[in-house]
Design a protein around this ligand. Structure first.
Ligand code: ASP
Length: 353
């Protein structure tokens, strides 16, 4: 499908429909109060994070510190299997975490990738920003740094995540040596038969937060356990500055969740911020990045018979004046906004029905 045809699918949720570039998009989402109120946007799992970050900003805590503290709540939550402690592991059953942070006023960033054994990678990324002249530490080096600055190493694999990983291994192939639910031997004395196949969750998540404070300064952070059952050492977009998040303090902040390979290959967050610099509103900027990703997805196994990407990507964008937006590849996602008065879920604009 050509770009022009595909754009006919562009639609903006929340009751308005538009063609990118041809018909105006949704009414701008602006902070309903003063643009000098703090505004925080986040992925759909970000409600605790934006609530805590807003409390801290109001108490005068540094913006990036406030965001990282908020994200820490989600990273430490064993029930969020896409981030931090309790995140789904890689193919070897090891939890490997990625995170990045960026501080608008100093235009400095910090990141860690393939970090094992530390539940709050966003905070380690903040320490990389604060304490080093580097941007990105990976693997064993990132763990060594984290321990040196006082983080405690622990096993991040919860029982629930381990069982999910075992279920994934068992359902890989009927020809390997792991018996799936149908094949497993019942020694309990009850009738055998295996039971239903295990419900194997896959990560469809990551947490991103972008924020602007009352002075108009901006910051962003993205943290994830990455794609579940990924190859050991695989790094996604979340710790890549310009892909998983990016800030230009004079323009805006942006971030991404979803298929990291596609976001890296499109410099997703950087593109979104550049589109805002060129005058697009945040929702338009997000949709334009998604259109670019769709137009550059060439592998047949990644598109359906209409040529549309089979995978999900969600873009988030916040302009320095407090205008915000988010868009997803396919209808049906929400994101989180705290506009200085309340925290709430909002529907994402979308590229395809
Ligand atoms: N973006 C993350 C990654 O590719 C995964 C996700 O957001 O679902 O590592």
């Amino acid at each position: 499908m050509s770009t022009i045809d595909r754009r006919a699918f562009l639609a903006v949720s929340a009751g308005s429909v538009g063609l990118l570039g041809a018909i105006p998009l949704a009414t701008p989402h602006r902070s309903r109060t003063s643009p000098r109120r703090p505004v925080i946007i986040s992925s759909r799992n970000g409600m605790p994070a934006v609530t805590r970050a807003m409390e801290r900003i109001r108490q005068g805590t540094d913006l990036l510190e406030a965001i990282v503290e908020g994200i820490g709540l989600v990273e430490s939550d064993p029930n969020d299997m896409s981030v931090g402690y309790g995140g789904l592991p890689n193919e070897d059953g090891v939890v490997e975490l990625d995170a990045s942070v960026m501080h608008g006023p100093t235009h400095k960033s910090g990141a860690v990738a393939a970090l094992q054994g530390i539940r709050n990678p966003a905070r380690v990324a903040l320490e990389v920003l604060r304490r080093t002249d580097h941007v990105l530490l990976v693997g064993a080096g990132a763990l060594k740094f984290a321990k040196a600055v006082g983080f405690t190493e622990e096993d991040l694999l919860t029982d629930r995540a381990r069982k999910a990983w075992l279920g994934w291994k068992a359902s890989l192939s009927p020809h390997d040596d792991w018996l799936d639910a149908e094949q497993q031997v019942d020694t309990s004395g009850k009738a055998s038969g295996g039971g239903p196949p295990p419900d194997v969750p896959f990560t469809d998540g990551t947490i991103h937060v972008s924020a602007v404070d009352p002075r108009g300064d901006m910051a962003a952070c993205t943290s994830t356990s990455g794609l579940s059952y990924k190859l050991s050492g695989r790094v996604g977009d979340s710790p890549i500055v310009g892909a998983g998040m990016f800030v230009d303090n004079a323009v805006g902040a942006a971030g991404a969740t979803g298929r990291g390979e596609s976001v890296i290959q499109s410099a997703g967050a950087f593109q979104a911020v550049r589109h805002m610099a060129e005058g697009l509103e945040p929702t338009e900027a997000c949709l334009k990045v998604l259109t670019w990703i769709a137009d550059h997805t060439r592998r047949h196994d990644l598109v359906n018979d209409r040529g549309e990407p089979r995978f999900g990507v969600v873009m988030y964008a916040l302009r320095a004046d407090g205008l915000w937006g988010s868009a997803t590849m396919r209808k049906g996602r929400t994101f989180t906004v705290h506009d200085g008065t309340e925290a709430r879920s909002e529907p994402c604009a979308y590229l395809y029905e």
